[in-house]
Design a protein around this ligand. Sequence first.
Ligand code: PHE
Length: 337
Amino acid sequence: EELKKEIEGYIVGTAEELEQYRMKFISRKSVVGDLFNDLKSADAEIKREMGRTLNELKNLAQDKFKEFVSDLDNKATDQKLESVPDLTLPSAADQLGAQHPILATKARIIEIFERIGFNLSEGPEIEDDWHNFSALNFPENHPAREMQDTFFIERDPDIALRTHTSSVQVRVMENEKPPIRTLSPGRVYRNEAISARAHCVFHQVEGLYIDENVSFKDLKQTLYHFVKELFGKDTKIRFRPSFFPFTEPSVEVDISCNICKGKGCNICKYTGWVEIGGAGMVDPNVLKASNIDPEKYSGFAFGMGIERITMLLYQINDLRLFTENDVRFLKQFKNIK
Ligand code: PHE
């Protein structure tokens, strides 16, 4: 009776425990086996009585054993299933990449100018002399052409990698009538040594506005608006006289350093100001070259480097980071819009 209870209450969790159970209740040398041995020498009367009880015990022990074996078996398959991926489940979300900071900045610049009526224009990166230089009032054999360290593909007639996206604006002026309000973002090339501050491939956004009575104050106000939208309300703007063949007068555009707020840092070289681009009133010769009447129309143009602006926005101190594709750099831009 006691043995019966013990067998019924027995729990087996591992293969080892199963073997212990077998030794104890089933094998020849088990308690049950011993009892069977004892039976041989018992009286006939008791033999029958005991024999039935012992057989019941034996059957119970064996049924229990089978039960344990199949439980252990199920457990093993469950464990196996857990370690095998279930291919019918919906897949986990992919690890998404981050937008490249240059593209993100380009999109922000475009958005600001689109809201004030500029459209987008694009053109080829391989340009002829006319669109990159001559139509923009660069005189033949003039040192101004060397100002832009051009990568030439062919000479006479010259074909080159465009040195600025002003070439796109020439194409717009040739094909459209004023009013023209266009923004030309794109990749440009200059034969410069690669360093923390310069690269032979970079990105520009140039803008062109041509209509009747466009004046310098329109240029100032447009850039003023842009700078406040991109860098924040407190940003100041300053113009310095400069020279470009295609604009007269020409200026270079500085903004107050948004990193040290004028206190002085090595980004603004302790001047409190950083240059973001060039601008000016479109030279009448440029309008004439594209068959726009300079007596009737006037315009302004501006151009800036997207890399430079991105560096100011995110306090990046080396231009080369943009082209090295180091994921440790790129993944920091996961959460920017
Ligand atoms: N095209 C000039 C450059 O690449 C920038 C610029 C554009 C300057 C328009 C004035 C007006 O350096």
